[in-house]
Design a binder for this molecule. Structure first.
Ligand SMILES: NC(=O)c1ccc[n+]([C@@H]2O[C@H](COP(=O)([O-])OP(=O)(O)OC[C@H]3O[C@@H](n4cnc5c(N)ncnc54)[C@H](OP(=O)(O)O)[C@@H]3O)[C@@H](O)[C@H]2O)c1
Length: 284
């Protein structure tokens, strides 16, 4: 990864932090997008202590304006962008609306990675044409098996359910991954998503409703991995030569898996892309 630049969101804790550190240890120059200055500086300090290179851009990614500005800043501070990892995400136990009018799970887990990627594609196309490739990696989840509520993606009228909102957001991110991989096929940019498994992070300790509040701790005990262990797959997808042919895939533990069939419906992916563009109109 020497001479390569990786941009990663949500690298102040959990999976993102471990992934950023491991990629920096491989020689990548890492740009962390974080909402907290203090936490970003801690993560950077850790990377530098290990001899790595890192810098940060402060941004609240649940805001589309912030997301757009963060992407614009990146295009100014880095010469090249080889790998983009859309990792930031959260589980919101209670309904929360952003100041821009979006339900928070939708905003942070789906709209923001869509918009962020949109504004970075040109930079990545440049590197792909000069160096043969660039990689986009979206952190999805096995919890993506929820139909899309086409009539009310944004929970304007539907009663909020935290698990449905989280699962829908990961369905959307997975569908977007497939759509974008086809769209960018000729550019040399690959687009894949990952189910990282159960990772023992702050997110895994969210205030889940019943029965998840019972199931999640048990699953954690049985198959939970540390962020350092779970970072293996995102680091591999970001850095290995073995993955050059992998594009438009859902990956778990270094293996290509089949995501839930509705996420693979190409008509639905196109519809989603168009709907999302309408929602994000003013920030595109
Ligand atoms: N843990 C699991 O078992 C699991 C399973 C499947 C998928 N995932 C996915 O893995 C990804 C990483 O999650 P994690 O488990 O590592 O959780 P985590 O430790 O809670 O990390 C989430 C990261 O996202 C950042 N973030 C949250 N809201 C943000 C905002 N508004 N603006 C900017 N950054 C924000 C957090 O920043 P702060 O440090 O400031 O909070 C943190 O760095 C998520 O997309 C999650 O959905 C996790």
């Amino acid at each position: 990864m020497k001479d390569k630049t990786v941009v990663i969101t949500g690298a102040t804790s959990g999976l993102g932090r471990a992934t950023a550190l491991q990629l920096a240890q491989k020689g990548a120059s890492v740009v962390i997008i974080a909402r907290s200055n203090t936490k970003a500086n801690e993560a950077i300090k850790e990377i530098k202590k290990e001899g790595g290179k890192a810098q940060c851009i402060i941004s609240d990614l649940s805001s589309m304006q912030d997301t757009k500005e963060a992407a614009e800043s990146i295009t100014k501070v880095v010469d090249r962008l080889d790998v983009l990892i859309n990792n930031a995400g959260a589980y919101f136990p209670k309904y929360r609306k952003t100041s821009e009018g979006f339900e928070s799970t939708l905003a942070l887990n789906y709209l923001s990675p869509f918009l962020f990627t949109h504004h970075l594609i040109e930079k990545m196309e440049q590197i792909a044409s000069e160096h043969g490739e660039a990689r986009i990696i979206n952190i999805s989840s096995i919890m993506h098996k929820r139909p899309i509520n086409w009539d009310d993606l944004n929970y304007k009228e539907t009663t909020y359910n935290s698990s449905s909102a989280y699962e829908q957001s990961k369905h959307l991110l997975t569908s977007f991954t497939y759509y974008l991989s086809r769209k960018l096929k000729e550019t040399g940019i690959t687009v894949n998503c990952i189910h990282p498994g159960f990772v023992k992070t702050a997110l895994a300790q969210s205030d889940f409703p019943f029965p998840m509040n019972v199931i999640v701790p048990i699953v954690g005990l049985l198959i939970g991995e540390t962020p350092e262990q779970a970072a293996d797959t995102p680091v591999w997808l970001a850095s290995s030569n073995e993955v050059k042919g992998i594009n438009g895939e859902y990956v778990h533990h270094r293996k290509v898996k089949e995501s839930w069939p509705p996420t693979r419906d190409e008509n639905a992916q196109t519809r989603l892309y168009n709907v999302t563009q309408s929602m994000l109109g003013e920030w595109l």
